[in-house]
Design a protein around this ligand. Structure first.
Ligand SMILES: Cc1cc2nc3c(=O)[nH]c(=O)nc-3n(C[C@H](O)[C@H](O)[C@H](O)COP(=O)(O)O)c2cc1C
Length: 189
């Protein structure tokens, strides 16, 4: 039997990403986000939800650019640190040991230890209530060769990807492969 509960964001699991921002002056910052997802393919766009109280919010508004850095399981502690400490109080690059790397199209840096990085320019801002939706157009992307197959595609066999489960607040590893797009129609790899 199902139990009806009050309206809530049970879209489980969500991604967990590290978003870098940087103001006009001052050091770059990192924020951990679970409210993130692809929202358009052509041009490629991502949406992220950030509470106005976050330090990252002001930095993003200032330079209207951000990078979405996709972490792997090996840096899970840094992912959590960037979600509990504020750039108002600490330098999260120094605190976590993560390495900033110059981006090619935007001011905020990439995170070297993240195998995938998306450089985004802010194209839409929508205040929704608790969070503001920022839509970023992906201007360029970076893939670490260590997570690519022979065709240059990101392969989950080489990328220890993470997911997040809101509500219980757990980080999870992505598990075994169950099928492939179109397999139900007999489409093979
Ligand atoms: C797993 C996880 C997911 C989070 N997701 C979000 C989110 O989607 N939006 C948000 O505004 N804050 C989110 N937070 C909280 C921020 O990461 C946290 O408040 C952070 O300290 C803000 O950093 P800043 O003040 O340097 O910007 C999340 C935290 C964790 C640990």
């Amino acid at each position: 039997m199902k139990k009806e509960v009050k309206a809530t964001t049970d879209l489980i699991p969500t991604p967990v990403v590290l978003v870098t921002t940087q103001g006009a002056d001052g050091p770059p910052n990192i924020i951990t986000l679970a409210w993130a997802g692809v929202v358009n393919s052509e041009p490629p766009m991502v949406g992220i939800g950030i509470r106005p109280g976050r330090h990252s919010y002001g930095l993003l508004m200032e330079t209207r650019a951000f990078c979405v850095n996709i972490p792997h399981a090996g840096i899970i502690k840094a992912v959590d640190v960037c979600g509990v400490a504020s750039g108002r109080d600490v330098d999260k690059f120094a605190l976590t040991g993560l390495t900033p790397e110059a981006a090619s199209r935007v001011k905020p840096p990439l995170i070297k230890e993240c195998p995938i990085n998306l450089e985004c320019r802010l194209v839409h801002t929508l205040a929704l209530g608790s969070h503001t939706l920022f839509v970023g157009e992906i201007l360029t992307a970076h893939r670490d060769e260590a997570v690519l197959d022979e065709k240059g595609r990101i392969t989950m066999e080489k990328f220890a990807a993470l997911a997040y489960c809101p509500g219980v607040h757990d980080y999870r590893a992505i598990g075994e492969k169950l099928g492939r797009y179109g397999f139900s129609k007999g489409k093979m790899a």
